[in-house]
Design a protein around this ligand. Structure first.
Ligand code: NAD
Ligand code: UDP
Length: 313
């Protein structure tokens, strides 16, 4: 039996990854302190004999863990609202938490995957972003707790690969969306959909000309699995995201078309400090090495996501 450990397994991405692994016959141990995740996301898995949930903070101590083949380190708040509320916790989870999991992998010889982020590119001066780009990051601002702790996590992964021969790799995840995206964490996808469905004004920050590239969660999960399970991925960095780039203004128009009439208003709010102006992954490396590319179009993924929110509102 193959066993995987998923930190942050009660979160948005982690719960979908757990579903994916359970469906493939793995035993999954989910470590989560529920700081931004919800037990509701894994409620359907709790009675499964192959799924075990342990409520724990991976930046403090790790519980005694069973021997696993794969460790996915996804624990960390991910939205600007989430990581700014839990800023110190975010720093510790991506640094000390990462080190604890790397130590576990060093001893157990498990394969390790660290969930890094497109935020390590900061407000990028190079477009689209390739893995070789070093980024343009503010080390002293409201996004630093996230950006810099992910960068430190990356450095730890590098050192454990080279000093201790850990079988590690990392993925830089670009904006991902889908069912279970927490409606209260202020991300653009959850905000726009809940606003449009409840007839509230849709809040565009700044001019709305800033861009993002949105990846549907099933595509991301497929990429996470390929990045850890394919041969010759040790020591590599992969961008995982959908390169279809859209302005936030166009994205608002799409959401409105799909879930509400044209009567929903749009209001402008100030652009948050250090909000990246353009973001789009270059995924040629993941395509070539992992044979991966996203399959779900924005309209299809938004339709599935909106259906899920409709069932809750
Ligand atoms: P999420 O907030 O839904 O999930 C994160 C989970 O980690 C939550 O369940 C939270 O309770 C848990 N957690 C946080 N700190 C912890 C700790 N110290 N110990 C144990 N559990 C802890 O966020 P998500 O969108 O699912 O993101 C998952 C991972 O992917 C994160 O590492 C994030 O940085 C990365 N990522 C996500 C996106 C995205 O668009 N969703 C983009 C880039 C990177
Ligand atoms: N945004 C917006 N309205 C909202 C929430 C976000 O215009 O209600 C913008 C935000 O300023 C950013 C983009 O949408 O330019 C994506 O924001 P999100 O918080 O989802 O993720 P980020 O990529 O910034 O981490």
């Amino acid at each position: 039996m193959i066993r995987s450990i998923v930190t942050g397994g009660a979160g948005f991405v982690g719960s979908h990854l757990s579903d994916f692994l359970i469906a493939r016959g793995h035993q999954v141990t989910c470590l989560d302190n529920l700081i931004t995740g919800k037990k509701e996301n894994i409620a359907h898995l709790l009675s499964n004999k192959n799924f075990k949930f342990i409520k724990t903070d991976v930046s403090r101590t790790l519980p005694i863990l069973p021997k696993a083949q794969y460790v996915f380190h996804l624990a960390s708040p991910a939205s600007p609202v989430g990581y700014q509320t839990y800023s110190i916790e975010t720093i510790l989870t991506n640094s000390i938490g990462t080190q604890r999991l790397l130590d576990y992998c060093r001893k157990s010889k498990a394969k390790f995957l660290f969930a890094s982020t497109s935020e390590v590119y900061g407000d990028p001066k190079v477009h689209p972003q390739k893995e070789s780009y070093w980024g343009n990051v503010n080390s002293f601002g409201p996004r630093s707790c996230y950006d810099e702790s992910k960068r430190l996590g990356e450095a730890l992964v590098y050192e454990y690969i080279h000093k201790f021969k850990v079988d590690g790799r990392l993925v830089r995840i670009f904006n991902t969306y889908g069912p279970r995206l927490n409606e209260e964490d202020g991300r653009v996808v959850s905000n726009f959909i809940t606003q449009a469905l409840t007839g509230k004004a849709v809040t565009i920050y700044g001019s709305g000309t800033q861009t993002r590239s949105f990846c549907y969660v099933s595509d991301l999960v497929d990429g996470l699995w390929r990045a850890i399970s394919k041969s010759a991925t040790r020591g590599n960095v992969f961008n995982l995201g959908n390169p279809a780039e859209t302005t936030i203004r166009q994205f608002a128009a799409n959401v409105l078309k799909l879930c509400a009439g044209p009567n929903v208003k749009i209001v402008r709010k100030p652009l948050p400090q250090d909000d990246p102006i353009r973001r789009k992954p270059d995924i040629s490396k993941a395509k070539k090495t992992l044979g991966w590319s996203p399959r779900v179009s924005l309209n299809e993924g938004l339709g599935l996501t909106i259906d899920w929110y409709r069932g809750r509102i």
